[in-house]
Write a protein that binds this ligand. Structure first.
Ligand code: ADP
Length: 790
């Protein structure tokens, strides 16, 4: 930026007048210096010619005296000359030998004078000097005298310098007066001239000062000095452009303020367009929504709003009623440039200007400014000048771009607001937004429906007035009660979160309330249903336990009596009876097993089953199980392998429940495998919760389909539950075993694939403290009886 250093014009005036005055003074001094010596010389020349005349008049008498040596005539003539002319001080005639005749005011005399009076060079001289003989200042003129061409002597004429001095004094006096007049005159003239010269500058300075103080209406009207007038015109042009720029800036400020304060940009757009159009001194301003294709073949869109300056030609159809298209020429290129966010300006005479699809009075100059909404090209703000062809200044371009930017921001903000409003409207939950003091600032329709208040009744109220039990901030799903306008208390699930501004300062809280009335009702019904189901289950279990007990007594009697009968009938003559009695006995045991299972399950479900955990010798349990199940293994043609390493030998479990579970798994493996292999492997595992003993029962049997695995451990669940199934059983064994293992702090898991065998794993805690293996519980002999289905 260039800075112009301005001196105060008053100092300029002083300088100009000083300069003029100095020049005048110098000229005067030069004049005086040149003229005074000249005038003095003139006066001296007069004296010289006078003295020469007197000397000439003496020559004749001197010639006579030179011949006669009688100087009386000369004395008389000299005395007469002195008497007749006061200005003659003395007359002195000196011979080459020094004899001299002196005539002065005191008379005459002769003297022998020195060589001063007879200069070597015999030429006439005259000068003002102090004459030695008389001891006073005089004009002494000396001229050599020759008689008959023989140098005789000198004639000296002494003239008084009083007249000369008087003349010189008058000369100085006159010159002094003249100098004073000249100095004063030149000073006055220079001051007047300087003031006249500076006055327009002062006016201009005053205008610049006004402009600097912000008065953009200040204009300089100067019609004097051409240069200053040119400067004033430049100033006025600059002030005009400043005023225009200020007007446009003011209009942009106005646009910003209106867009910010208005809820909808549509309500203020026309007054904003009018303000900007008026400030930019254009004929029309229009807002066009872009409808151009991609890539654009021209500018196509709908004029949403338009302002037309009064008296300017308007369009031929109202805003928002027609699609406008500018095609041909450079329009596809220009539309692309607008899409990239660049400004496009063109003149009516431009050969590349296209043809508008809808006729409009042509503009001399136009400029189109793109509007961006949410990162997309929304449309353009167009400015037409129908009066003059214009070169749009940088300031105008920047201002138009700012206005378009603010309009784009207002549209974006409104769209975002509508988006949020739609979300809030469609939310089923009740939303309350508060300020940091928990006063309600905003509510959604759901909240109004829930509480039964109007928006006006809620806004500004403390949220504690509608939410009872304190409002937790930054809470997730806490139960609270809302007090509705009707006085009803509505249970809600209440959540709240801090609402922070961009820089992070707290601006309020967002609270969400979800009505729980229906949920609570359903929950209460569910609890009731659950309680009823549990009660029914308990009654069923009690019934089953009682029934099982009641069934076991007669069943044991049947088994006992059938055994007794079979022993009585043992003999070769009654083989059929023995066989029937054996069937009765086997069926009795089968039924007893089923009843035992049901009894176990009902005990577990009724909560009467307890666990007596102790250190258990797993190898002994497995040996016992193997002995029990060898007959089944042989019957099925299976190979039963057992591997129990020493370090995995001790488990901490309820002996009978552990044994029953292992027995059940191995029994199943043998049952569902034919001519295959069943292997039981024991491991000691280190898991997150601690160490455990794992008993894996793997078989190469029929396997289980993936779809059945999930339900395998449910009571009465069988893969093949049909009446014509090949394998017998009740589907209770796994359910009971799993429950037992879980009661012992372990579990049973299964991996299986249809047709490729199964692998069941029991896990129970490892023995807590080292124990003597001999002291560890060993399984009893009742395994066969506990074996379900065996
Ligand atoms: P049950 O064997 O008395 O039917 P379980 O609860 O012991 O009852 O077994 C449930 C079902 O799981 C069995 O009917 C069978 O279909 C399936 N099953 C259990 N173990 C195996 C196995 N090792 N191989 C294939 N299927 C098995």
């Amino acid at each position: 930026m260039q800075r112009i250093r301005l001196r105060a014009p008053s100092s300029v005036a002083a300088r100009i007048s000083g300069l003029c005055w100095t020049v005048a003074l110098f000229s005067l001094m030069v004049f005086v210096a040149a003229s005074i010596p000249e005038q003095k010389r003139e006066i001296e020349d007069n004296l010289r010619s006078k003295a020469r005349g007197i000397a000439s008049s003496l020559r004749e008498s001197l010639a006579t005296a030179a011949v006669t040596e009688d100087y009386s005539g000369l004395v008389d003539q000299g005395a007469q000359a002195l008497a007749g002319d006061d200005s003659i001080d003395f007359l002195l005639i000196t011979k080459n030998d020094g004899f001299s005749l002196i005539v002065d005011r005191n008379g005459w005399r002769t003297e022998q004078l020195d060589a001063f009076w007879r200069p070597q060079q015999r030429v006439a001289v005259g000068a003002i000097e102090v004459v030695p003989l008389f001891g006073k200042r005089a004009f002494r003129f000396a001229t050599p005298y020759s008689f008959s061409s023989i140098p005789w002597g000198w004639i000296h004429v002494g003239l008084s310098v009083d007249a000369y001095d008087h003349s010189v004094a008058r000369l100085y006096q006159r010159t002094g007066v003249l100098a004073v007049i000249c100095v004063a005159g030149s000073l006055l003239a220079s001051v007047i001239f300087a003031r006249r010269l500076v006055r327009p500058m002062l006016r201009l300075q005053a205008m610049v000062g006004k402009l600097a103080e912000g008065d953009l209406s200040a204009r300089a009207s100067i019609h004097s000095a051409q240069e200053i007038e040119g400067l004033a015109q430049s100033f006025n042009t600059m002030a005009d452009s400043l005023w225009l720029r200020d007007e446009i800036l003011e209009s942009v400020r106005f646009a910003a303020q209106r867009f910010l304060s208005a809820a909808a940009w549509q309500t203020v757009i026309l007054e904003v367009l009018a303000k900007i159009g008026g400030a930019a001194q254009v004929s029309r301003v229009f807002l066009l929504e872009n409808r151009s294709a991609q890539p654009p073949e021209g500018l196509v869109g709908e004029v949403l709003r338009e302002w037309v300056r009064p008296g300017s030609p308007g369009r031929t159809c109202a805003s928002g009623q027609a699609e406008w298209r500018w095609t041909g020429g450079d329009w596809s290129r220009w539309a692309e440039a607008l899409g990239r966010g660049e400004l496009v300006s063109y003149d009516a005479g431009s050969p590349s200007a296209g043809t508008p699809g809808v006729p409009a009075p042509p503009a001399r100059s136009s400029i189109l400014v793109p509007i961006e909404v949410g990162g997309q090209w929304f449309g353009v703000l167009g400015f037409d000048d129908c009066v003059r062809a214009r070169v749009w200044s940088d300031a105008e371009r920047d201002s138009f771009r700012s206005a378009a930017g603010m309009l784009g921001a207002a549209i974006t903000r409104q769209q975002a607001q509508e988006y949020v409003d739609n979300i809030l409207r469609s939310m089923g939950e009740s939303l309350l937004v508060t300020d940091p003091d928990l006063r309600i600032q905003r509510v959604n329709p759901s909240a109004l429906r829930l509480l039964g208040y109007t928006e006006e009744q809620l806004i500004g109220q403390p949220i504690g007035g509608v939410v009872e039990g304190g409002v937790p901030v930054n809470s997730i799903a806490m139960e609270r009660t809302c007090r509705a306008a009707s006085g009803n208390r509505i249970p809600v699930l209440f959540s709240s979160a801090e609402l922070r501004s961009g820089p992070g300062s707290l601006v309020g809280y967002v609270c969400l309330a979800q009505e729980l009335t229906e949920l609570k009702r359903t929950q209460a019904e569910l609890v009731r249903a659950r309680d009823a189901a549990e009660e029914a289950n308990r009654i069923k279990s009690v019934f089953l336990a009682t029934m099982s007990h009641e069934l076991r007594t007669p069943l044991n009697a049947i088994i006992g009596y059938s055994q007794m009968l079979r022993e009585d009938c043992v003999g070769p003559d009654q083989p059929e009876e023995v066989s029937d009695l054996e069937k009765i006995e086997r069926s009795g045991y089968l039924l007893l097993g089923i009843i035992n299972d049901i009894l176990d399950l009902s005990k577990i479900e009724s909560g009467r089953e307890t666990v007596k955990a102790q250190n258990v010798d797993v190898a002994a349990v497995l040996g016992d199980v193997s002995n029990t199940l060898q007959p089944l293994a042989r019957q099925q043609g299976n190979l039963l392998e057992i591997d129990c390493p020493e370090h995995a030998r001790m488990a901490y479990a309820d002996l009978s429940k552990f044994r029953q579970s292992v027995l059940n798994l191995v029994n199943n493996a043998l049952k569902f495998t034919e001519k295959g292999r069943v292997s039981v492997a024991v491991n000691r595992l280190r898991l997150e919760g601690g160490e455990c003993i794992e008993v894996c029962v793997s078989d190469t049997g029929i396997g289980i389909g993936r779809q059945h695995l999930a339900k395998l451990f449910q009571p009465f669940s069988q893969v093949d539950g049909s009446a014509t199934r090949k394998y017998d059983g009740t589907g209770l064994g796994l359910a009971i075993s799993k429950k037992y293992c879980q009661m012992m702090g372990g579990d049973i898991t299964v991996e299986s694939e249809l047709g490729r065998g199964s692998r069941f794993s029991i896990r129970v805690p490892v023995g807590q403290e080292p124990v003597d293996v001999e002291q560890a519980s060993r399984p009893g002999q009742e395994a066969a009886q506990m074996l379900h289905g065996a």
